[in-house]
Structure formats: structure tokens, C-alpha cells
Design a protein around this ligand. Structure first.
Ligand SMILES: [Zn+2]
Length: 260
């Protein structure tokens, strides 16, 4: 029984090359959603081609809900994050997680729309002293259930970050950032083919990847852009002020390593 979880963000989707395409207030946003649906369907197809029995797709951009469910491959199930869970259906019965359309962590050179959780607030995040971005946080969440991240898609910088963190992971590189706000993309059909083939290869060998499991209980630290942002977080239970812009929290479980 091979169950695969696909978590999609938007910044790393193939063909998305301008920040307006991921902003819900922009007229270009609907094109971004359309491109995202194509990538999700390519990943679902790759998973089933490789013998997956069940696929759950979830989208995380802006809290989720960008998927046009009528356009999604009907073989997969769909859910959004919620209830304090990043990947709600994920449990020990899954064979692998695909982080689709993701972006590099905050502060990455030539990472398209690089950020970690909040472009406006989060400057630097560490878990047990190791700097990481969203793919690290999500992989640790999956690691809590013993499930490995088997494939990622996004720009070159995202792939480099994934290899540095996870060691062995299949990477679909679909774009190259030119600074933070622009990207050079593969043609759409080529991007979809790369995603499908990468996911297929990863799912075929899903049992050969290692889950990402930082030590737990874990210590997380967050440096905000301004001290007033840390003022707010420092008022919360179990949050300790380290300096003007940095707060720290100990978490018992890797599934909570993103909750302040
Ligand atoms: Zn996003």
C-alpha cells in the first residue's frame, strides 16, 4: 500500500515568474492558480504512474484554498491545512511527501520570492541551531510521523536547500531566479514533464528515503524584522525573549515546530 502526500505552495510552481501571480489581489493571480493546478496534476499523474494506491493533495499558499477542485485529477483526494496541522491527513501510513512549488528560505541569494512562513515578519528561523525554511519545517513535521520528503519542485535555490537539508531527495528544477522578484522558467510543457518524471522516480523508490528527524524536544528560535514584532510574540506562553528581535521556544514534538 503506497500512500503519497503532495503539499503544494505557489512560488515554485512552473511558469510562475512574477510576484503578482501569487498575490490574490492581483489580476494575474488566476493565471498563477491555473499554472498551480497543472503542476499538481502532473505530480498526481507521476505518483499514480509509479504505482501509488492513494494520493492526498493539499495547498499551503496563504493558508491554502487555491486549488480549483473541479480541475484536479479525480484520482486524488484534496484537503487544506487546518486544526493546528500543516498536512492534516498525514500519518505513519504514508510512504512519502512531495513538496511541490516550494521556495527557498528567507535570505537566500537568487531564490525566487524567498521567505520563511511570513515575508513581512520572519527574518531567520532555526531549529536546534540549524537555519531552515518552510521545506525544513514541513519535512520535520512529516519526520514526526516517520515519513520522508521524497521529492521537491521549485527553483534551483530551493533544490540546493533541499539537498543540503535532506541529503537524498529527488528535485524537479523548473526555474532559475534572477534576484528575488523575477525568474527564468522552463517552457510550460517541459516543466510539467520534469515534475511528472521526478515524482514518478521518487515514488517508485519511496521506501529508500530517510525521514528528516531533528532531535526532539527541540529548540526553535525566530528573528523578526523589527523589535515590535518580537514584543508581540514574547507575550505568548512558553516564548522567551533572547534579544530585541529574537524569541525562543522549546517544543516537545516536531509536529509543533512552527507554532509560536
Ligand atoms: Zn506561498
Amino acid at each position: 500500500m503506497k500512500k503519497i502526500y503532495i503539499l503544494s505552495d505557489m512560488e515554485g510552481i512552473s511558469g510562475i515568474r512574477r510576484s503578482e501571480q501569487v498575490q490574490s489581489s492581483s489580476p494575474e493571480y488566476e493565471e498563477g492558480r491555473k499554472l498551480m493546478m497543472a503542476d499538481i496534476n502532473a505530480a498526481i499523474e507521476g505518483a499514480f504512474d509509479a504505482g501509488a494506491d492513494e494520493v492526498v493533495a493539499c495547498d499551503t499558499h496563504g493558508g491554502g484554498g487555491q486549488v480549483r477542485i473541479g480541475e484536479m485529477d479525480s484520482r486524488a483526494m484534496y484537503e487544506t491545512p487546518g486544526g493546528g496541522k500543516l498536512l492534516p491527513a498525514l500519518d505513519e501510513t504514508f510512504s512519502g511527501v512531495v513538496l511541490l512549488g516550494h521556495h527557498a528560505r528567507a535570505g537566500t541569494l537568487n531564490g525566487f520570492l524567498d521567505h520563511t512562513m511570513s515575508s513581512a515578519h520572519w527574518f531567520r528561523y532555526t531549529l536546534n541551531g540549524q537555519e531552515m525554511g518552510e521545506i525544513g519545517i514541513e519535512a520535520a513535521y512529516a519526520g514526526h510521523f516517520g515519513v520522508p520528503v521524497i521529492a521537491v519542485s521549485g527553483d534551483r535555490a530551493l533544490a540546493d536547500e533541499a539537498i543540503e537539508l535532506f541529503g537524498r531527495v529527488e528535485c524537479a528544477v523548473v526555474k532559475w531566479a534572477l534576484g528575488r522578484n523575477r525568474a527564468r522558467c522552463l517552457p510550460h510543457g517541459k516543466g510539467l514533464a520534469v515534475i511528472k518524471e521526478t515524482v514518478k522516480k521518487a515514488v517508485e523508490h519511496a521506501d529508500s528515503f530517510e525521514p528528516f528527524k531533528p532531535e526532539a524536544p527541540a529548540v526553535m528560535q525566530l528573528t523578526l524584522y523589527r523589535s515590535d514584532m518580537a514584543d508581540e510574540l514574547a507575550k505568548r506562553p512558553d516564548v522567551v525573549r533572547i534579544d530585541a528581535r529574537t524569541v525562543q521556544k522549546n517544543v516537545a514534538s516536531l509536529a509543533d515546530a512552527w507554532i509560536w
